[in-house]
Ligand binder design. Sequence first.
Ligand code: ADP
Ligand code: MG
Length: 345
Amino acid sequence: MLSTLPLAAFEATMPTPSPSSSSSPSPPPLGRTAVRPAWQTLPEPVRHAVAEQLPAPIASVADQGGGFTPGIAAQLRLADGTAVFVKAVPATHPLAEVYRHEGHTAARLPLATPAPRLRWTATTGAWVVLVFDNVDGRHPDLTPGSADISRVVNAVAAMSEALTPCPILDVEPSSTARGDWLHGWDLIAGQVPADLGAWERRHLNDLIKAETLWRAHANGSTLVHGDIRPDNLLVTVDGTVAVVDWARASRGASWQDVADLVPHLIMAGHTPAAAESCLAETPAWQKTGVEVLTSYAVAYAGYWTGMSRQPAPEGVPHLRSYQRHAATAAIAWVRHRADATSPVA
Ligand SMILES: Nc1ncnc2c1ncn2[C@@H]1O[C@H](COP(=O)(O)OP(=O)(O)O)[C@@H](O)[C@H]1O
Ligand SMILES: [Mg+2]
């Protein structure tokens, strides 16, 4: 376990690096991280198929820049004053199955889920298309002192009530659905990058050992969103939080969605201790073992550290710089937990 990392005395006294100390270029602000084809580039028969599903003609279109996938994401304002949100990706695209999974999940979410309703999904004209109710909202501000923090924490912590027991029978357990990708130190050890930090290099074996424990505690009877981060959250004018993008949902333990907020709070400027204290009152945080949370932090740190060094996927230019910043935040989180729980440095 990382709590027993043999930290040398001098390491324990070293300051935990802050996310801003990273020398890599900053990713663009939330809402401008994706490079997406515009709605107008969707073949006319596909746009026509969407329009046929709508209660009124399309009056205006606003392409959305949040997230990282290179699919179409657009808000369509309709002549009757309502609006819908459309996602679409070619049926041959490697992400097509992910979009189908999202459609399958979104169609089965209980009404009490704080998520926009899926109105229609189909594979049409060789495109996978999803049409949702539009959420008129903005991404939450998670910087220290923001009123959005308690809104987001409360919404994410509370949503497990609507999602337990898991309303979808054929969704994969979190231990495999998430465990298959949420790790990285094992892979890093196979080819240690030249620029790997000295601390990570020194503790690589301990990090490899620590990054798997959480999986044994990941299963449960809740539908887990699995991708809780600010660009998948929208805050409406009355302060309600909507959770979008259910593409990575799995069946498991609800603490995962709550704990996912920690690295994003750190990226937004919190110290790791302050980020954790934002969640301290939630039952999910309180009932999850210290070692499980440490393992989870280690897994995210390994995942982002490894992925950020991979070549950029086609059409996704900002993902790697985002992951570098995320890795810095997650490593700060791990070091905080190691410092806080290590018996003797
Ligand atoms: N129902 C919705 N209403 C309004 N905007 C939305 C809705 N769903 C998503 N968005 C916006 O579009 C962006 C991309 O959508 P998302 O479902 O997260 O796609 P991706 O899989 O590309 O991340 C989000 O970051 C959010 O800003
Ligand atoms: Mg998203």
